[in-house]
Design a protein around this ligand. Structure first.
Ligand code: HEM
Length: 531
């Protein structure tokens, strides 16, 4: 599975986007507006320089830069975002690395180049070869390729059925009341903890909160992990840890000798162990869920059930189960970390937090009941999230794509098949694109400020038919969470008047790291109540 892969950034996998015109249709009928065509399209550049002339860190003979991020190199994958910033400063807006004798990986940060990359994805986006460890797993085990890793028509067909339930606005709205209910429980739990003066690792709590919500969709049942003190050997805790390590290994394996392609190296063996655990964890939940569904169907007309509904839409039970597992793996850490960063930014900027609270108080009823219409009337809240994702980009390096055809990037000719990493996080913090780029200013996204950043600049969920399938679900989750937190923690009748301002986050580096999984080490959050 690829995804998470996505974990957002965890997707070093290359994917192609399919952009046919100013607007394209994704594999379902969802219409997504395509950003306007940027200027300087590749084909208009008369003379492209050869790839050999593109700057980049000098590598070893034959191996190139393969060992740069290993113990033999001087770079750390967990600090990739910082390394990339340095590399772009040194080499300019585009540079290359070489992984082995002739495989190049190109890093781009100019939104014009990013736009070109998306145009050259071909019909079925592919993630190229950057998930080699996962490829090795599929080859060695003979298991069918999953949703996030698949390519071509196979991927397209899987994606089409799954995204009908995840990406269509009407489909996502169906999850709103469940998400709202889970969030109410989360807020009530935080309040209890605050009243008891219990210190919390808020990051851990957020992971379990999001897990409860996404699990409810994927497996159609409550996992009961929200606020639970999970013992170290609890399967749920082990899932969280192993899922985290799974993605970390995927990242580490990219810059390595990749011997696992030929032999089951210790790294590969660990990876297979992790994945086996994750699949078993998910399979147990699916078994319970299907049994419960069968019982319900005997008494009710048509209860909603993610897997059963996919099967009704023509998926095999194996594929439907894989989709549920992939979404679960991909959605938990990405969403909880992005939410933690949003809370962090609001905690650091009490004036913005007050402005948000005023908007939320104006729009939402005090009983917390939320409808899609309420969410549509909270533009400042949406700006708060967007600005948070600009300042602390959820992925270390945006998304990546394998070029489906030759492209001219930064004036260099890059051949078809090459993997290009779109480093959207870099321009997001540059004064060339944003005034006071290191300031948290949600106002810059409000209409009255009339700021029109380049359409291919701020793409935390990727873009095109292979964009994050959980984007709308994740946004909705974060909107609900932040409005309810701001609203309830200010409510003096709950004995917490103003104490939201005293939610402090100790964040060692103030930087997001390569994959979401590493952020846990960076973000050590403590919820404190000061009366
Ligand atoms: C703030 C939260 C999230 C962020 C920032 C994020 C970001 C991303 C990014 C950047 C990609 C790569 C897109 C590409 O390669 O073009 C991706 C893919 C993906 N995401 Fe997310 N994501 C988030 C939440 C979620 C959630 C909640 C789910 C599931 C419920 C999810 C499921 C997936 C899947 C399955 C893919 C692979 C799609 C495919 O290959 O077709 N994500 N995400």
């Amino acid at each position: 599975m690829p995804v998470h892969l996505h974990q957002a950034g965890r997707w070093t996998k290359c994917a192609r986007y399919y952009i046919a015109s100013r607007s394209y249709t994704t594999s379902t009928t969802t219409k997504i507006k395509d950003p306007p065509t940027p200027h300087g399209a590749a084909t208009h550049i008369p003379q492209a320089r050869p790839l050999e002339e593109m700057p980049g860190p000098k590598g070893l003979p034959v191996l190139g830069n393969l060992l740069d991020y290993t113990k033999f190199g001087n770079k750390k994958i967990s600090k990739l975002h910082l390394q990339l910033a340095k590399d772009f400063e040194k080499y300019g807006k585009i540079f290359k690395t070489r992984l082995g004798p002739s495989t190049y990986m190109i890093y781009v940060s100019d939104p014009e180049d990013i736009a070109t990359v998306f145009r050259k994805e071909g019909r079925y986006p592919s993630r190229g070869t950057s998930f080699a460890l996962m490829d090795a797993y599929y080859k060695r085990t003979g298991k069918p390729v999953g949703l996030g890793m698949g390519d071509g028509k196979q991927w397209h067909d899987r994606r089409t059925t799954t995204q009908k339930k995840m990406l269509r606005p009407q489909a996502v709205q169906l999850y709103l009341s469940m998400q709202s209910q889970v969030t109410d429980e989360f807020v009530a739990y935080l309040r209890r903890m605050a009243e008891e003066k219990t210190e919390l690792d808020i990051q851990e709590e957020l992971v379990q909160y999001v897990m409860e919500s996404i699990g409810n969709v994927c497996f159609n049942m409550r996992l009961n992990v929200l606020g639970a003190k999970l013992p170290h050997d609890a399967k749920e805790r082990m899932f969280i840890q192993k899922n985290e390590e799974f993605f970390a290994l995927l990242a580490d394996s990219l810059y390595s000798l990749q011997l696992y392609k030929w032999f089951p190296t210790p790294l590969y063996a660990r990876f297979e162990d992790l994945y086996t655990f994750i699949l078993q964890f998910s399979a147990d939940l699916i078994e319970k869920s299907l049994a419960k569904d069968a019982e319900l169907r005997a008494t009710e007309d048509s209860p909603q059930h993610f897997i059963t509904d996919l099967v009704k839409d023509g998926e095999s039970i194996e594929n439907a189960s894989d989709s549920a597992t992939t979404l679960f793996m991909a959605g938990v850490e990405s969403t909880s970390n992005t939410l933690a960063f949003l809370m962090y930014n609001l905690a650091c900027n009490p004036d913005k937090q007050d402005k948000l609270r005023a908007e939320v108080t104006r729009v939402l009823p005090r009983d917390g009941h939320m409808t899609p219409e309420h969410l549509n009337r909270l533009p400042y809240m949406k700006a708060c999230l967007k600005e948070s994702m600009r300042l602390i980009f959820p992925t270390a390096a945006g998304t990546s794509r394998a070029l489906a055809e030759d492209a001219v990037l930064g004036g260099f000719l890059v051949p078809k098949g090459t993997c290009v990493i779109n480093c959207n996080n870099i321009p997001c913090l540059q004064s060339e694109y944003f005034s006071n780029p290191h300031t948290y200013s949600p106002e810059r996204w409000m209409k009255e400020d009339n700021v029109q950043p380049h359409p291919f600049l701020m793409l935390p969920f990727g873009h095109g038919p292979r964009m994050c399938i959980g984007k709308r679900f994740a946004e909705q989750q974060m909107y609900i969470a932040i409005s309810k937190l701001v609203q309830k923690f200010h409510d003096t009748t709950h004995g917490l008047g103003g104490h939201w301002n005293h939610v402090y986050y100790i964040w060692e580096t103030r930087q997001t790291s390569w994959y979401h999984t590493h952020t846990k080490k960076c973000l050590d959050s403590v919820l404190q109540e000061k009366r």
